[in-house]
Write a protein that binds this ligand. Structure first.
Ligand code: RIB
Length: 301
């Protein structure tokens, strides 16, 4: 079984601010830092740091060599990372406050150069039983899902960011959906977590769902089982990529044969470490750091 993550690669420009810029306001930031990011790249690195072997597919501009290098340095296979001429890389302008909250403005750039021919050429190298991870920051998502489903790949979707692309998708082709409450509300119209998962299972009975609940933790639901896990308390420095860390660690654990309950616990520990560090990809811990963390130590009597 091979793991393919077809997703975005972004250059993140992170501005430290007192508060998010308001309409009509000019605000000075106290610091600018640049990190490798993009939900796709972050999740590939999380898979790899969690111990999975992962192929990343996606497009970068000529200014994106450091993104490819970041993946390669983390043992992600970059055979399917394509460099586009005369198109800038995707980038994100991220404001981070002293409380570690963020808001993100995206520019798709080369991420939107994923065309059907490129998608087909990548997917031709994968087949039945292989695992495909997707987010919503690249073009032709609907085509990729259709082709992967027809090849009997296992398709996992993180419908983030949520927009009209997601509402137009046929989610019956999705095996795993990993989403937050806002995305759950956008898809189902429900705000209560139990009602979100119930409505998803009503529409898609075979779906396996992971719903992240911010400070309330995360839950797993399928038609037979439900699990819930709280958060591990951590000093919050920057929440960017905490969700991506959760996603990579959760699925790496599932693909390693662990139960959803055990995987929620590992992913929660990994994302607790990620929020205590600055940046997107650089904040993602290794499997060893997660295993050695106090979060996963048995409770003292
Ligand atoms: O999930 C965090 C990521 O969202 C950032 O790295 C940014 O690039 C955006 O894609």
């Amino acid at each position: 079984m091979k793991v393919l993550n077809f997703g975005s690669l972004n250059l993140d420009k992170v501005y430290t601010v007192e508060h998010f810029v308001r309409a009509g306001e000019t605000l000075s930031s106290s610091r600018l830092e640049e990190f490798c990011g993009g939900k796709g790249l972050n999740q590939s690195i999380a898979f790899a740091r969690a111990g999975a072997t992962v192929f990343h597919a996606g497009c970068i501009g000529e200014d994106g060599e450091k993104l490819r290098r970041m993946l390669a340095d983390n043992h992600v296979d970059t055979t399917f990372v394509r460099m586009m001429k005369q198109t800038p890389c995707g980038h994100a302008i991220i404001q981070v406050t002293g409380e570690g909250e963020n808001c993100i403005l995206l520019f798709g750039g080369a991420n939107l150069c994923v065309d059907r021919a490129f998608a087909d050429s990548v997917l031709a190298k994968f087949g039945e039983g292989d695992f495909l991870m997707l987010q919503n920051e690249i073009s032709n998502l609907d085509h990729i899902i259709r082709v992967a489903h027809s090849k009997k790949m296992t398709v996992a979707l993180n419908p983030s960011p949520f927009n009209s692309v997601i509402t137009a998708l046929d989610l019956s082709m999705i095996d795993w959906l990993i989403l937050n409450e806002t995305e759950g509300m956008g898809i189902t119209g429900e705000s209560d977590p139990d009602r979100i998962t119930a409505e998803l299972l009503n529409r898609y009975p075979a779906m396996r769902i992971v719903l992240t609940l911010g400070s309330k933790g995360a839950m797993y639901a399928d038609r037979n089982n439900r699990e819930r896990h709280g958060i591990f308390k951590a000093p919050v420095v920057d929440t960017t990529a905490a969700g991506d860390t959760f996603t990579g660690f959760f699925f790496a654990s599932i693909l390693n044969g662990n139960s959803p309950a055990a995987s929620l616990r590992i992913a929660s520990a990994a994302s607790a470490i990620a929020v205590s560090r600055k940046g997107a990809a650089p904040s993602i811990p290794s499997a060893q750091e997660v295993a050695d963390s106090d979060y996963l130590k048995p409770a003292q009597k």
